[in-house]
Design a protein around this ligand. Sequence first.
Ligand code: SF4
Length: 354
Amino acid sequence: MSTTKTPLLGLTLDELKAVVAEEGLPAFAARQLAGWIYGKGVGDISSMSNISIAGRKRLAEHHDVGLMTPLLRQLSADGTAKYLFPTHGGGRVETVFIPDGERGTVCVSSQVGCRMGCAFCATGQQGFQGHLTTADILNQVYSLPERERLTNIVFMGQGEPLDNLDAVLKATQILTADYGWAWSPKRITVSTVGLRKGLKRFLDESPCHLAISMHNPFGTERAAMMPAERSFALTEMLQILRRYDWTGQRRLSFEYICFGGQTDTDRHAREMVRLLGGLECRVNLIRWHQIKADATERCLPGMMTPADMTPSDEKRMADFRDYLNAHGVRCTIRASRGQDIDAACGLLRTKYQS
Ligand code: SF4
């Protein structure tokens, strides 16, 4: 569903000012546009009634809002909904809405595919197809059927957010700006495997929460699951993270998938405590859902494949959590959601393509 018109979605207030100047509209029309697009979520320029009819016509000659509805939806018995959205470049990305009582969380993607190649991830196994634009990222929020129910946005879908940082920072800026959705950055979490350059910039420029995909505290073992460890070691990442203040509004968490016998042993628990002791953070333990090992040729030498991995059992995860909590590292087990709808990212896109 690519279009020849330029989407207004994804433009900052300054960029909207440039658009209205170019189209011969008064400068204040930029804020009006932002109000319609980001405040009200209106998808049609002709409905923006406080902009003159002639102005709307001129805008619509070269622009559209750029909202695009999902192509597919899978609904879980627990209410979790997984969507396949088109992108402006002709790609497809997955977005998941997770209801939880009063809370509604959307898990957005930042890239089509991913080049990080994590061995346990269906998206990583599919390779990289391209970056999402800011409009593509925001579309997953603004065109989400459950948008009115949202309380949290997490960048934990397909792709590595720090590998597409310009677009991600611009999206979070618009979501939190007074001219945008005016959301608190406390409601937005960006998750990363850790990229040296992007991490530093994110820490310096973004007030949003940060989640590190850790999954193993030992460098050699982590590198066999996550190639990113080879260019930016977890130990170095932790040194950088310790230089920032995590006692205020911004929160630091570590995502940790429990693999039976491979990341959930007493040895791993002790190392987690050693690495994270004294750091203001929390650890979220995650159950892994087995994926098919059908693209193992993408794996680097020395890498594990999905066939080498099994999920932990409930008791082991509970013991791991209890050990961390007993030793001063806050830890919870994340509830598994949407298991009946191809919970692993990447599978809905694969299904659509086939
Ligand atoms: S886990 Fe995240 S960073 Fe790793 S391959 Fe999958 S999408 Fe990319």
